[in-house]
Design a protein around this ligand. Structure first.
Ligand SMILES: *Cc1c(COP(=O)(O)O)cnc(C)c1O
Length: 386
């Protein structure tokens, strides 16, 4: 055992694999439960796209959360894990007919609609089934989140949502269509947000809209503020649970909810990032011209975030206590971007050492690919290894 890892158990397993510390996941879910119980009428839908591993999904469902899905496949994964359809929301700019039909057949809680043509198709498909679909409109709030450019979604220039200026017209249209029922507004401004000021800006925008709709006598039942809470990638041990207290408090105190309006959240990363690590073995230590490389058996096919977003993951040698040396930590894939970290300080590395890439529970396993004809990584939870 080094730190929280059952290293001896790891030695018997084929690497690379994802290890999920279910104790951390459960502690995180407990905090979410406690914080949301303090609020009136709050519903949390876990964003399945962060990690759709069935064991993870089942644990999350046990704590009473709903699911936020962005594809038919995710709806199926959520149903398989036992999520109740009346707690499933379905977002995405490009919903295919079969995905809409699947959601209609299961009577999910709500479609988060992103355009007028999509609204018309949902109405049409619901008519064929003789049903009425609940719809919320995803508003593009034109609020900037201070995060990586590839993961901001709430600016007018992004492809997501309906422009502020068009929203009234869309609601009017919904009222004229017989097979959709307008139930609320949806927002999502981006991911890995740590500045509560960004969420406060979103709250101000929500309040402006609530006032506007009140003037026009349009009733809003639900307000869904999306996800986006960030995690501390630098200090996965010190801050294993994100600051949900501040997060929920910000929305609950700043949004001026009218009577009975429910407040919905869609956290993904913040629920699962810190419980996961990618565990890999060192294949070779190679001397370069001015540096040394630790070459792992895990690569960007197993964890693509560093290559895709220049994301930082803390890297640890969990099988050595030797003095620290400096390495470029790389994978075996034939791409120059297959680098997990440059000039990383690690306890001296030898062939066969086990390396942990921390905070990899979100957008890790789910984004794995088979490029280079590699196998997909397996996964184990704390309970699997008892
Ligand atoms: C991705 C996404 C989320 C979750 O975002 P996180 O940053 O992982 O919390 C929530 N809602 C929608 C609509 C999303 O697309």
């Amino acid at each position: 055992m080094k730190g929280q890892f059952p290293v001896d158990k790891f030695r018997d397993l084929r690497t690379p694999f994802y290890y999920y510390d279910t104790r951390i996941l459960r502690q995180t879910l407990e905090v979410i439960r406690q914080e949301t119980e303090k609020m009136e009428n709050a519903v949390v839908h876990y964003a399945v796209k962060a990690n759709a591993n069935q064991e993870i999904l089942r644990t999350i469902r046990e704590y009473g959360l709903g699911a936020d899905c962005v594809s038919g496949g995710e709806i199926k994964a959520a149903l398989q894990a036992g999520f109740s359809p009346d707690k499933i929301v379905f977002a995405g700019v490009g919903k295919a007919d079969w995905e809409i039909n699947l959601a209609l057949e299961h009577h999910i809680f709500c479609f988060n609609v992103e355009s007028i043509p999509e609204l018309e198709i949902i109405n049409e498909l619901a008519a064929v089934k003789g049903t009425v679909a609940n719809v919320a409109f995803r508003v593009n709030p034109d609020v900037k989140a201070h995060t990586h450019a590839n993961i901001t979604t709430g600016l007018a220039e992004n492809k997501f949502g309906i422009a502020l200026g068009d929203i009234e017209q869309v609601i009017e249209l919904a009222h004229r269509l017989d097979h959709v029922k307008f139930v609320g507004l949806h927002f999502h401004i981006g991911s890995q947000i740590l500045d509560m000021g960004d969420f406060a800006s979103l709250c101000n925008r929500v309040n402006e809209l609530l006032t506007l709709f009140e003037k026009h006598h349009v009733e809003i039942e639900n307000i869904n503020v999306g996800g986006g809470l960030g995690v501390d990638y630098q200090h996965p041990n010190r801050q294993s649970i994100p600051d949900f207290h501040e997060y929920f408090r910000t929305f609950n105190s700043l949004i001026k909810r009218r009577n009975g309006q429910s407040l919905h959240f869609e956290p993904g990363r913040s629920v699962v990032a810190q419980c996961g690590s990618l565990i890999s073995k060192v294949l070779y230590v190679k001397q370069g011209t001015n540096k040394q490389f630790a070459i792992l058996d895990a690569g960007m096919t197993d964890l693509i975030r560093p290559a895709l977003y220049q994301a930082y993951h803390k890297i640890e040698n969990i099988s050595s206590e030797l003095p620290v040396e400096t390495y470029d930590v790389v994978g075996p894939i034939c791409e120059s971007s297959d680098v997990f970290g440059k000039a990383v300080d690690l306890n001296k590395v030898s062939r066969g050492d086990l390396i942990a890439l921390r905070s990899a529970g979100a957008y890790g396993e789910i984004m794995a690919s088979q490029y280079n004809c590699r196998e997909l990584p397996r996964s184990y939870t704390t309970e699997d290894l008892l």
